[in-house]
Design a protein around this ligand. Structure first.
Ligand code: UDP
Length: 465
């Protein structure tokens, strides 16, 4: 009988840093049933319902343990999302060390795979003689920027947004400094210093797994693999269905069943993106003006763009912030759902013809896998870089213009929607997206590039048993 190969994984904090590493684990054990994965989960407060429902779908050869949580009340007042995540990881490290030590006495572990923000945990792998990996749930382009950042930091005197020319990362689409990740926009901030410190540690990993695929990001993947550590493109790894579906979610799927093929624009800002009150009004009136059908996941307004990322806004009804009479006027044309929708079931529905997204990497991969062209509406983290990649690199997305106050006005909203849903440009994007969808499907077939990469890793790990 084959010996079991044990590995451990450590996700990041928040839904979109938990789900991808769990799905990678699922792929691994599905293709290689002799593997067993133990997942150690750092937590801040309690887990969201959506995260909990993912854990319920795990097969028996993946088990999980919650590391003792950090109480959100113990965070310094006004902590940013990155800071909150970082402090949660720091709090979890000693418990993780203990847990790994005690597990490795029972079942020798061959590899540790961690979220990028948990990179400090890799020293424990070294101590226990395990191989160490980062699981990067972002694009290869974003990963390239992480690698390049220490050099960019040394060479640049001004803020990146003031650089006169776009930055040319090896193999990547040129990026304007103002489009780099939000935490890189103020170089004197704690978030920036923290991130710089983190990416300098990437070199200690034996390898980096990235949720992308060769056919989508050939340039950056090739360039990354000219350096060290090795980069393994294993994507697209996405959920097959959204496991958390409430009554309203079911209702929106029935509404989609009644719509014509490719006629509905899906509008969503990820697991925690939020808009200002002014922007909610402009978006609502723009949707109305476009005269196209829409399905919109609405959240309460906030002056911060990632207000709901680590804490759900359960206590307020977001629909009260829509313009007066909007719901009544659009009851035939639109479906509005508060806070959370079954995104995978929506994107795979025949009625969906476009996706207005905040450009989180998971949402992008989900759109690619289901062949849905995109309107890019980046809010935070590396989303502006993703928007550039989609609109200028892969040409599967349209980017609306923002005014001098960073608002996309209603006329612009209506213009891009019409362009995507009915224009010739939209048709071209649809065609390109179809090609990308096919490439994505090929990458994860039995003999596909990403399946082979996972097998190559699995073989390497098996040899250590
Ligand atoms: N998601 C969902 N329903 C929603 C909003 C988001 O199922 O109403 C899921 C979506 O399918 C994706 C994840 O949440 O898997 C969001 O991840 P992404 O990387 O796109 O954005 P983030 O949440 O990190 O901003």
């Amino acid at each position: 009988m084959e010996k079991t190969v044990h590995i451990a994984v450590v996700p990041g904090v928040g839904y979109s840093h938990l789900v991808p590493i769990l799905h990678f684990s699922k792929q691994l054990v599905q293709h290689h049933p002799d593997f067993h994965v133990t997942c150690f989960i750092p937590t801040l407060g309690s887990l969201s319902s959506a995260s909990k429902s993912i854990l319920e779908t795990l097969p028996s050869n993946i088990n999980y343990t919650f590391l003792p949580p950090l109480n959100p009340n113990d965070l310094p007042q006004g902590s940013s999302v990155i800071e909150s995540i970082q402090l949660t990881i720091l709090h979890s490290l000693p418990y993780l060390n203990q847990a790994l030590n005690s597990l490795s006495l029972r079942a020798p572990l061959v590899a540790l795979v961690v979220d990028p923000l948990a990179v400090k945990a890799l020293v424990f792998a070294k101590e226990l003689n395990m191989l160490s990996y980062i699981y990067s749930p972002v694009s290869a382009t974003t990963l390239s920027l992480s690698f390049y950042l220490p050099k960019l930091d040394e060479e640049t005197l001004c803020e990146f947004k003031d650089l006169p020319k776009p930055i040319k990362l090896p193999g990547c689409v040129p990026l304007h400094g103002r489009d780099l990740s939000t935490h890189l926009q103020d170089r004197s901030s704690q978030d920036y210093k923290h991130f710089l410190q983190i990416v300098k540690l990437y070199g200690i990993a034996d390898g980096i797994l990235v949720n992308s695929f060769l056919e989508m990001e050939r340039g950056p993947i090739k360039a990354l693999n000219e350096g060290n550590p090795s980069v393994y493109p294993v994507g697209p790894i996405i959920q097959t269905i959204t496991s958390y579906v409430d009554a309203k979610g079911l209702e929106c799927l029935s509404w989609l069943d009644k719509q014509q093929s490719c006629s509905v624009l899906y509008v969503s800002f990820g697991s925690g993106g939020t808009l200002s009150q002014e922007q909610i009004v402009e978006l609502a009136l723009g949707l109305e003006l476009s005269n196209h059908k829409f399905l919109w996941v609405v959240r309460a307004p906030s002056s911060s763009v990632n207000a709901a990322y680590l804490s759900a806004q359960n206590d307020v009804d977001p629909l009260q912030f829509l313009p007066s009479g909007f719901l009544e006027r659009n009851k035939e044309k639109g479906f509005v759902i508060p806070s959370w929708a079954p995104q995978i079931q929506i994107l795979s529905h025949r009625s969906i013809g476009g996706f207005l997204t905040h450009c989180g990497w998971n949402s992008i991969l989900e759109s690619v896998v289901h062949g849905v062209p995109i309107i890019t509406w980046p809010l935070f983290a590396e989303q502006k870089m993703n928007a550039v990649l989609l609109s200028e690199g892969m040409k599967v997305g349209l980017r609306p213009k923002v005014n001098e106050n960073d608002i996309v006005e209603r006329v612009e909203v209506a213009k891009v929607i019409k362009c995507l849903m009915e224009g010739e440009e939209g048709e071209n994007l649809r065609k390109k997206m179809k090609e990308l969808k096919e490439a994505a499907s090929n990458a994860v077939k039995e003999d596909g590039s990403s399946t082979k990469t996972i097998s190559q890793l699995a073989l390497k790990w098996k040899k250590l048993v």
